[in-house]
Design a protein around this ligand. Sequence first.
Ligand SMILES: NC(=O)c1ccc[n+]([C@@H]2O[C@H](COP(=O)([O-])OP(=O)(O)OC[C@H]3O[C@@H](n4cnc5c(N)ncnc54)[C@H](OP(=O)(O)O)[C@@H]3O)[C@@H](O)[C@H]2O)c1
Length: 288
Amino acid sequence: MKVGFIGLGIMGSRMAANLQRAGHKLVVYNRTQAKADELVEKGAVRAQSVEEVAKQCRLVFTMLATPEAVEEVAVGPDGFLRALPGNSLWVDCSTVNPSFSQKMGHIARKMGQRFLYAPVSGSLVPAEKGELIFLVGGDAADLEQVRELLDVMGKSVVHAGENGQGASMKIVINMLLAQAMAAFSESLRLGTALGIAEETLCQTLLSTPAAAPFLKLKQQKLLNRDFSPEFPLEWMHKDLHLASITAYEQNIALPSLQTTKELYAQAKQQGFGEEDLSAIYKVFRPDA
Ligand SMILES: NC(=O)c1ccc[n+]([C@@H]2O[C@H](COP(=O)([O-])OP(=O)(O)OC[C@H]3O[C@@H](n4cnc5c(N)ncnc54)[C@H](OP(=O)(O)O)[C@@H]3O)[C@@H](O)[C@H]2O)c1
């Protein structure tokens, strides 16, 4: 069976490449066509539009930047959903908010299609190594249909529950990641101002339980001032915005989330949006 893959950015290109290496026949589409070249050279079929993907596949993965992009690609005027054969399966791996993923599931079902929301935890390197963690929300039978493919792209699959639950889990994780990255940067700021060498600070903080384990993966980026994107900062800002919308919908106050969101907004405003999320450090260290 041919597998459709729409969205070949940092994450999607690597996820699709793993499917291809495992022998799956792919039909691929990316808005910026050049990003599909490598997969096409290795045998994937290039679709000129998302509709063309849908006409050739009964299973379509999407890995897109934002809820707006997902909506446009799936149900916009040239969206792929209406071109899919009935009872096909759409698996969205993009990070979106729970109410949006529920809305997409609802629309897909109304259009006679099945929908699974399967966002991922893990960045560029786990995506490349096929070591992502899938946080799936949706029907268990639909999950079983794609489990083998998820196992190719990831090291574990968590079935969080009904549609919406995968998104909830993902948004909670990212809120924590964003805050940990910002808090670590702020701690480095104070420590260096007090005259402690940056490297010593990093090593000491990272050897205590006070620092989140993922920060070890960012240590070299900070010390080498290598902010090339693994997880673009602008998408972390988007995720904080989605968490903020969700907090509003739930009628709960999350004050540190709002402050952290504004820090990432400031970083974006300063031109660091397309750099790695670790570039938040530059808000605290303009000289960095
Ligand atoms: N990078 C990470 O570490 C990471 C980890 C977990 C989850 N995520 C999530 O995964 C998703 C993709 O992230 P990424 O890092 O792969 O980002 P990325 O490299 O910026 O890729 C974004 C993809 O979305 C496409 N896109 C954006 N707007 C579009 C539109 N209006 N119509 C059609 N296509 C559109 C882009 O197409 P073009 O190439 O034409 O721009 C590209 O294929 C995001 O939701 C992100 O939050 C990322």
